[in-house]
Design a protein around this ligand. Structure first.
Ligand code: BES
Ligand code: ZN
Ligand code: ZN
Length: 479
């Protein structure tokens, strides 16, 4: 599906269908007001009225605001994508809503069909956006064009990340991360890719990461993708948890909790999407993506509760629960990333804890770190991108719960409350002192995957993190 801006009035664009976004107030003055009344359409949020004989699809919003428009446009495109219309047109609703319209279209039409023998084919091929605003004024073409161009790149990168997360664990192992990263570096000249296999990981003393993957027949991989423009404004490292499957290991998950654990690679997939977007947007920022690709399985060689691991940082970790594996992988990858790249910012993304969902609900990404300034910037990026975030506060009392009697630190806290925060605090132990204020941890356990549609997402992966961080990069560093 192709989304294209036209410097034309909405009426003069040739398309088979007009998509109209209406508030209840706008409906009052609509030429088809009476037909809508008869159909019981009141322009309530996310309701539609398909007027096929008038070649119009009306969709309701409570107000003309980006978050509401994104969701409504997604509902509209979901309703018509398989109908047989080849083209549709939509007006502009102010520059501030342009990227929300693109998100609604591209993220809303997404569905994952890889394993269905009959594909849910998207028949609609072209969507034209007019630069004519609802009050008949035409908006600045160049600004609108830029917004639509950028949003299209970011939404497509988000969908790539969703495809990866949705792929089943049989077809997506740590070496698949490496394969896709290498392919990305081939199609994007400005991306470089380095892959570390298990021998290289041993040479790097990444024993915590290696322990987690030891029982799997699919060997672990560390992927380092880099994007280095000539005179970058800043250097940013992005680190992703890439558990291609999390069975829990010997601390085996109950079977109902194991279903959906293909999503445990979502942090790594988000980083991959971010790298694709950074390159396609030609950002003036040096960006490094590090992904720890590992499968957490059981077996005769599995790492065990009671083991002590010597992490890359030399800190020793007592394993008390093999299902708290993501933090072990991230401990080593964060340490590696900090040594290899002197970054101005380092962010990590991980489906790290069920506790994050308990704390914030399943729609919201948990943000943790020491810098209030950075967290504030992320709130701004959340507003701009429409991705929901909530901060979870560190404190020294929770930090103490990670004490171990036999090693430097335990991989789980001694008390069950505040599990998302204690996981974040565990990672904090592997952040160097000079990086404390430059680091943020994003727990995407809830926001990365859904089993029922919400906002502009259908069943499966949401690609959470990609839009958020692209907004942050563009707002705070790109000038
Ligand atoms: N991958 C899980 C976290 C998770 C749970 C993500 C549900 C998405 C949905 C993680 O590796 C894990 O198992 N965490 C444990 C930590 C506990 C053992 C301290 C958890 O959340 O139960
Ligand atoms: Zn786990
Ligand atoms: Zn996990």
């Amino acid at each position: 599906m192709n989304v294209e801006l036209k410097a034309q009035t909405i009426a003069s664009i040739e398309a088979e269908l007009l998509i109209e976004i209406l508030t209840p107030e706008l409906l009052e003055n609509h030429p088809h007001k009476h037909l809508c009344e008869r159909a019981g359409f009141k322009a309530k949020q996310d309701t539609i009225n398909a007027m096929h004989s008038h070649a119009r699809l009306l969709v309701g919003v409570d107000e003309l605001k980006p978050d509401l428009i994104r969701s409504a446009v997604a509902v509209a495109i979901k309703a018509i994508k398989n109908f047989g219309y080849k083209s549709a047109k939509i007006g502009s609703y102010g520059l501030e809503n342009a990227s929300a319209i693109v998100d609604g279209l591209i993220l809303g039409q997404y569905s994952f069909n890889e394993y269905k023998s009959k594909h849910d084919e998207v028949l609609i091929k072209n969507i034209y956006i007019s630069n004519e605003d609802i009050d008949d004024e035409s908006l600045d073409y160049e600004l609108l064009e830029q917004a639509i161009h950028n949003a299209t790149i970011i939404a497509n990168a988000t969908n790539m990340s969703r495809d990866m997360v949705n792929t089943i664990p049989h077809d997506f192992t740590p070496s698949t991360f490496a394969y896709i990263a290498e392919e990305l570096a081939q199609t994007h000249e400005d991306l470089e890719c380095l892959v570390l296999d298990e021998n290289a990981l041993k040479d790097e003393n990444m024993n915590a990461m290696l322990a987690v993957g030891r029982a799997s027949v699919h060997k672990s991989r560390l992927i380092h993708l880099s994007y280095k423009p000539k005179k970058p404004q800043a250097v940013v490292s992005l680190v992703g948890k890439g558990l291609t499957y999390d069975s829990g290991g010997l601390s085996l998950k109950p079977s109902t909790s194991m279903v959906t654990m293909k999503m445990d690679k979502a942090g790594g997939c988000a980083v991959m999407g971010m790298m694709k977007a950074v390159s396609e947007l030609n950002l003036d920022i040096e960006v490094h993506g590090f992904i720890g690709g590992v499968e957490n399985m059981i077996g005769g060689d599995a790492y065990k509760p009671d083991d002590v691991l010597a992490s890359r940082s030399t800190k020793t970790i007592e394993v008390r629960n093999t299902d708290a594996e993501g933090r072990l992988v991230l401990a080593d990858v964060l340490d590696y990333a900090q040594e290899k790249v002197k970054a101005d910012y380092i962010f990590d993304f991980a489906t790290l804890t069920g506790a994050c969902m308990v704390a914030l609900g399943q729609y919201t990404t948990g943000v943790m770190g020491h810098s209030n300034k950075l967290k504030h910037q992320i709130f701004q990026a959340s507003n701009d991108s429409g991705e929901l975030v909530g901060t979870l506060p560190f404190n020294r009392h929770l930090k103490k719960l990670l004490k171990s009697d036999i090693a430097d630190i335990s991989n789980v806290a001694s008390k069950p409350y505040g599990g998302a925060i204690t996981a974040g605090l565990f990672l904090d132990n592997f952040i160097n002192d000079d990086m404390k204020d430059k680091w943020l941890h994003f727990d995407i356990a809830g926001s990365a995957y859904t089993e029922s549609a919400w906002d502009c997402y259908g069943y499966g992966a949401t690609g959470s993190g990609v839009r958020l961080i692209m907004s942050w990069l563009q707002q705070n560093i790109e000038k």
